[in-house]
Design a protein. Sequence first.
Length: 272
Amino acid sequence: MFHPVVEAWFTRRFVESTPIQAQGWPVIASGQDVLLTAPTGSGKTLAAFLHCLDALVRQATAGTLEDRTEVVYVSPLRALSNDIRRNLEEPLGELRVLAAEMGVPAFDIRTAGRTGDTSAAERRQGAKRPPHVLVTTPESLYILLTSESGRRGLSGVRTVIVDEIHAVAPDKRGAHLALSLERLDALVTEASGRLPQRIGLSATVRPIEVAARLLVGSARSLPAVVDVGQRRDLDLAARTSSGQRSTIAWQPWRARIVRRWSSSTRGVSWSA
């Protein structure tokens, strides 16, 4: 599925793919919008990013990678955005070293962050030479879409990754982000005649349809959903002392407890 350099890097760093990665990569590769939902620490961020980095590596090694932003990562958490940018630099550096070992032509894939903490010098540099991967927040994305230089830099975007979508679903930040995503769609469509792919990342969320609709808006079809939520095994016991048991009708109460829990849980086995 991946370029030999990317595949070699992954097998060196990780024992095997996680369920969200194994199930998510084929869907992402198909080009359709997708919502990946799994518990924290399941590897869903890498599931989204690795396919994007693979596409950039393929373009770079083929000599077709342009000086434009291809991937936009949006997180409502500023600290997470800063962490993502730093965490991207490490695998990109390792990919460059590994490419040299494998005799693959050198490539330069750039990342940059745009948040409220970004300095004026960094903003000017990003306007002059757009990063291939832009890490930002909903508010900073809105600001970029209102400036001429920002719109110019975003006109070639191919993929938008929306992280922590469950965190903005209940409030006006979600509505504000949805509007910015629609503006980005209009910008890219006008420049290239295509829509950027949207990849949503969420912790386990219910109802999942709400997060899915927020990701794509009303104009697109609902995204494919890869749901790898975890259900924990429970060892549940209702205990009473022998003295209490002699004074109440225990058997009917036990039956009622079991029926109530059975009707509200799934995948749970019961024993007397």
